[in-house]
Design a protein. Sequence first.
Length: 200
Amino acid sequence: MTSSSPKSVVVTGANRGIGLTIVQQLIKDKNIELIIATARDVEKAGDLKSINDARLHILPLEVTCDKSIDQFVAKTTELLGSNGLNLLVNNAGVMIPYQTNGEPNRAALAEQFNVNTISMVILTQKLLPLLKESASKTSGDQLSISRSAVINISSGLASVSQNDRGSEILPILAYSMSKTAVNQFTKAFSTGWPISIGRF
């Protein structure tokens, strides 16, 4: 295993889009021993299931359901054994249309934050013992994905300084706000643990 290769990886929201592409790229790295990819409905994750590699394990995960998270963490712990988790890629997310000049919709705002931000925080906290276990396997204080790391998928739309269009042209207010919160979580979390944490 090279210093740039994790031994084990979890990728959420891997049934399509960015998550699926991440898994497809990770599979190419033969130094990775275990890849756990999640989907809300595994049976409908056709592209993900078409990847024929014994290192890939596809598990169901509804990130907004605490019971589903607990079941996922239990199965992940079983698969990892005493090795811990090297890399968590928090990718699961949605974009719910919302504009400032539209009708107020508390439920839409709450769902956007629940999926994109709150669930990311909860899942990361639940997997923290596995990340710390992996980090403890390597001496020293150097941070890298071969030790323990978290990648939170954010967006350029999270930028406050670059927001010069508001949300009237594109209905992205709720999404942008949720991703800004992701950035804040990433920064706060990265200061407290011996784990490499970043956003992309």
